[in-house]
Design a binder for this molecule. Structure first.
Ligand SMILES: Cc1ncc(COP(=O)(O)O)c(C=O)c1O
Length: 410
């Protein structure tokens, strides 16, 4: 059964009282519960109807025992990656994991030794740092470079010469692709340069591609692993065994089911796969449950039309938000995202330190955003705004910001 979009992303859904981190966690996070929450990366939209119906059908069976993933679930993921990203993945490459953040920690622990260098490229999703430091690995930072070509043209790039220099001392690089929080969708050219550096220094790359389905019309996500395999096929002795790219994917961001917690690692290299699997076994973690299995498979099988409608909606919200900022918030610059439902707001010309900036957003604008500083070096003076909400909500938030900026007392 295919569900063509009957979905209204404009619908306001009350999430208070649903144990929602984003809503019910406001008092703990911001010290007050009247901020509009636009922080943690889930959306305020109902998941595709096919998912809800499949979960309801499963709930009708009253026994909720231990579960195993059916082969049809792996097929759904394989079909999705081929249809959406032109990437042919083999069944045996796939390992199910309890989420992408656990996967980052797992892969770092399984494939690097204590004190090994692991490169991250800030500003980046904060668990990238802790995945390295939690495991007592050495954090090597290769900050992204902001190319400031004026309003609506500013964008981030990878510092390849610095990367080349740091890669000598590293065993692994954690790539965020597309990149949270700056919204970059890395180009084929950039990814090929990255692969060349990885090859030169024997670097393993863990590509977190959780946002790869959330890409706007002007950009095209390329799976790094797919590019690496293509490049290998062109070489004289192609072999998957030397392929050192590991990819984390999940339907959680794409279809707004992050609370259900199930993701996959795609690991073409057999030795890597075995090391990761045996590390996972030692943790005694139960990865699957009766609900996350159902949602995962149905999402990839039937969520396509919903996703097309979602991206059109987000594109429109993004355009209107940026137009509003340009017209009404002259002290704020915005980095137009190529992917993700996250807006990266450059607030540096307000001349506030990070505590004061955060206080201004919470106390005066009554907005609960993610402070840029939590994303590490280069995030200072920025705020990340989640626009995965009805457009009226996003525009109301920007109006709050406009009013607060005109009466600003800090
Ligand atoms: C880049 C990135 N990786 C991972 C996650 C979270 O993944 P999970 O909920 O599967 O642990 C997020 C959530 O915001 C993210 O932005």
């Amino acid at each position: 059964m295919t569900h063509i979009s009957t979905h209204s992303f404009d619908q306001n859904i009350t999430r208070e009282g649903t144990q929602s981190l984003k809503y019910d966690g406001r008092l703990t996070t911001f010290g007050r519960d009247d901020v509009m929450p636009m922080w943690v990366a889930d959306m305020d939209f109902a998941a595709p109807k096919a998912i809800t119906e499949a979960l309801q059908a499963r709930a009708n069976h009253p026994v909720f025992g231990y579960s195993i993933a059916p082969e049809s679930l792996y097929e759904a993921l394989i079909d999705w990656l081929l249809a959406k990203h032109d990437w042919q993945v083999k069944r045996e490459w796939i390992l199910l994991t309890p989420g992408v953040v656990p996967s980052l920690n797992l892969v770092v622990a399984a494939l690097t030794a204590e004190n090994s260098g692991v490169i991250v490229q800030p500003p980046v999703y904060a668990p990238f740092f802790s995945a390295v430091t939690n495991q007592n690995r050495r954090l090597i930072e290769n900050p992204l470079v902001l190319q400031n070509d004026g309003f609506d043209n500013a964008h981030y790039e990878i510092d390849f010469s610095k990367l080349d220099a740091s890669a000598k001392d590293a065993k692994m690089l954690l790539l965020c692709s597309p990149h949270n929080p700056v919204g970059r969708v890395w180009s084929k050219d950039e990814l090929l340069r990255l692969l060349a550096i990885a090859k030169k220094y024997d670097l393993i790359i863990l590509a977190d591609e959780i946002h790869s389905d959330l890409v706007y019309a002007n950009a095209q996500h390329q799976s790094l692993s797919h590019l690496a395999l293509e490049a290998e096929k062109l070489s004289s002795s192609p072999t998957e065994e030397v392929h050192c790219i590991i990819t984390a994917v999940s339907p959680s961001k794409t279809f707004n089911i992050p609370g259900l917690g199930l993701s996959a690692l795609i690991v073409p290299n057999k030795a890597h796969r075995q090391a990761i699997q045996s590390h996972l076994n030692t943790m005694g973690v139960s990865v699957t449950n009766p609900f996350n299995l159902v949602a995962f498979e149905v999402a990839y099988r039937e969520g396509g039309p919903w996703l097309i409608a979602l991206m059109a909606y987000l594109q429109n919200t993004c355009n209107e938000a940026i137009a509003f900022i340009k017209m009404h918030l002259p002290t704020i610059n915005v980095i137009r995202p190529q992917g993700t439902y996250l807006l990266w707001l450059d607030c540096r010309s307000l001349n506030l330190d990070d505590d004061a900036l955060n206080r201004f957003f919470i106390q005066e604008a009554k907005l609960g955003l993610s402070p840029g500083a939590i994303f590490g070096c280069g995030g200072e003076g920025f705020m990340r705004m989640n626009i995965g909400s009805p457009k009226s909500h996003v525009m109301a938030a920007l109006t709050r910001l406009k009013v607060a900026l005109t009466t600003k007392s800090v």
